[in-house]
Design a protein around this ligand. Sequence first.
Ligand SMILES: N[C@@H](CCC(=O)N[C@@H](CS)C(=O)NCC(=O)O)C(=O)O
Length: 202
Amino acid sequence: MILHDFLPSGNGYKIRLLLRFLGQKFSLTEYDLTKGETRTGDFLTRINPVGRIPALEFEDGHVLVESNSVLLFLAEGTQWLPEDKWQRAAAIQWLFFEQYEHEPNVAVLRSWMSVKGMPDYGQVMLPFKQAGAQNALDVMENRLKDHDWLVGAQCSIADISLYAYTHVADEGGIDMSRFPGINRWIARFAALPDYVPITWKP
Ligand SMILES: N[C@@H](CCC(=O)N[C@@H](CS)C(=O)NCC(=O)O)C(=O)O
C-alpha cells in the first residue's frame, strides 16, 4: 500500500496510526501542500479529484480517500471497530462529528497558525472558528471527563480520528488547560503500545 500524505496532516496521521497499530506495511508518498502539490493533473486524475491527501492506494489499483472512510475500511473485523451494532453506530457518529464539528475548526485554526499560515479571510473567520472549536472540545470533554474512551471500554477508530487534531489543538492557539478529561485521554492514548507521534513515517 502507498499512503499519499503530508506529515503535518492530522488526517494523514489517523491512517498512519491505524496502519501502525494493525502492523500493516505501507510506504509513503509525500506532497508539500504549501506548494499546491496535490493540485496537479496527475494527482487529480489518478489519486483524488478533490486534490487532497490522505489517499491510500492499494496494490490492485484501488484508491481510497476521506480519512475516516479509510479508517472504517481498515478497521473492519478488527478490535478497532466495535462489533456491537450500537457501539459501532456510536463510533461512526464520532467520525461524522469529527468531520463536521471538530476538524473544520480545530484543524483549520492549527493550519492557519502553525502550518500553512493565515489566509486573507482568516481574520474575519477567526472568532467563528474559535467558537466552533470550543464547542467541539466541550462535547468531547463532556464524554471524557468520566470515560476512558469515546465509545465503550476500549480505544477505537473514533479515538484515533479525534486524537489526530485534538492532541495538537494548542498549535491553533487553543488553551487546552481547560479540558482535564481530554488531557487525561491524550495521555492514555499516547501510552498505547506501538503509539507513534504525528511526525512518524514508516
Ligand atoms: N475530509 C478530508 C479532508 C482532507 C484534507 O483536508 N486534506 C488537506 C490536508 S489535511 C489537504 O490535502 N489540503 C490540500 C489542499 O486542499 O490543497 C479527509 O478527512 O481526508
